[in-house]
Design a binder for this molecule. Structure first.
Ligand SMILES: *Cc1c(COP(=O)(O)O)cnc(C)c1O
Length: 365
């Protein structure tokens, strides 16, 4: 049976989709080479180029699949056996990126950071001075800990040391300030279902000019950038892209541009501040230090003696609100509350804050 009731998605993703994006999914289907569909692919590329601020000469498209697929696409086109990679690991997703690079034969050195803290750029500089790397990888918004890593400080150093910087913007794109042209990193990917506000299944990716010069011959057929460019730019069949997902992503990107990126970032910031203040009023706090916090994903500290799973169950069962559990070392220690995309509203913060006290009561029994 299909779900028939509304669920307020305030976990680490998927985020809610607007009614306009939802309606787009039921537009009449088109095949993957239909002129109507190809025009939408062009529209998506144009909008993504602006939303990433991708530099001139970049390859911009979306891979069929989720954020993880985009991670594989970035790695499989940039890594071949023997390439040296410095993986900045500040949580679960930084570790996943390191693991994917290892599977592609890279010699990976992990720069491990305590979960709940951002990487110190000084530690990255020290690592780069100690050894030569071909690639540096970093997660901009580490969804497992609610931490933002300082890519602005890392990018110039990576370039200075002759390495390519791969940035995971799966959670940050569309929610937090990110500009590829100013910050000058080389490969950046995202997903559709977090900051962008579309359903999962089509994941934006950009290869900047320096990355294109150093791409490797990709051994993965479905994620080979050259073949993907053949389809997206040269209209040659490669795979059957999902037309409903194309409609939804194009609509979500149009909504972003209508709102304006600056206004959208500001909305995420103000909703985050409202939430943190409301939490403080009921005696709760978020884990990362203030300057390192994400605006769109809040790692809320589980109070002493509280059975956190019961609180989540009460929010879901009694209030139809989804929040996420902690991952890895933070399992049982935090809830992950996403306020992103069309879900980042003052009304949603109020709805969650008013449901929390009774749900917290459940956690004490
Ligand atoms: C969610 C997430 C991913 C993986 O995305 P999926 O869409 O779940 O495959 C990768 N990196 C980060 C930072 C994420 O938050």
């Amino acid at each position: 049976m299909l779900p028939s009731t509304e669920r307020l998605l305030l976990g680490p993703g998927p985020s809610p989709v607007s009614s306009r994006v939802l309606a787009a999914l039921s537009a009449p289907p088109r095949s993957h080479l239909d002129p109507d569909l190809l025009a939408l692919l062009d529209d998506i590329r144009t909008r993504l180029t602006r939303i990433f601020s991708a530099p001139e000469g970049s390859a911009v498209l979306a891979v069929s699949g989720t954020g993880t697929t985009a991670m594989e696409a970035a790695v499989s086109n940039m890594v071949e056996p023997g390439r040296r990679a410095l993986a900045i690991v500040t949580g679960y997703f930084g570790d996943r990126l390191a693991a994917i690079m290892e599977r592609h034969g890279a010699e990976v050195t992990r720069l491990n950071v305590e979960w709940g803290r951002a990487v110190d750029p000084g530690a990255v500089i020290a690592a780069l001075e100690h050894q030569r790397y071909d690639i540096v990888s970093v997660v901009h918004a580490e969804t497992s800990t609610g931490v933002r890593n300082p890519i602005e400080a890392i990018a110039p150093q990576t370039m200075l040391h002759g390495a390519i910087l791969i940035v995971d913007a799966v959670t940050s794109l569309g929610a937090l300030p990110l500009r590829m042209d100013q910050t000058m990193f080389d490969v950046c990917y995202s997903c559709s279902q977090k900051g962008l506000g579309a359903p999962p299944g089509l994941s934006p990716i950009v290869f900047g000019p320096r990355a294109l010069e150093r791409r490797v011959s990709c051994r993965n057929y479905s994620l080979d950038l050259t073949l993907l460019e053949d389809f997206w730019m040269r209209r040659k069949y490669h795979h059957t892209i999902s037309s409903p997902l194309v409609y939804a992503l194009a609509t979500a990107l149009a909504e972003i541009e209508e709102e304006g990126l600056g206004a959208r970032w500001a909305r995420h910031e103000s909703v985050h501040r409202q939430f943190v203040e409301g939490l403080a009023a009921i005696g709760l706090s978020v884990l990362p230090p203030e300057m390192e916090r994400l605006w769109n994903l809040n790692a809320v500290v589980v109070p002493e003696g509280c059975q956190e799973a019961k609180v989540r169950a009460a929010l879901l069962g009694k209030h139809s609100i989804e929040v996420g559990a902690g991952l890895g070392p933070l399992a049982g220690r935090v809830w992950r509350v996403g306020l992103m995309g069309s879900g980042a509203t003052s009304a949603n913060v109020e709805r969650l804050l008013s449901a929390l006290p009774s749900a917290l009561q459940e956690g004490r029994t």
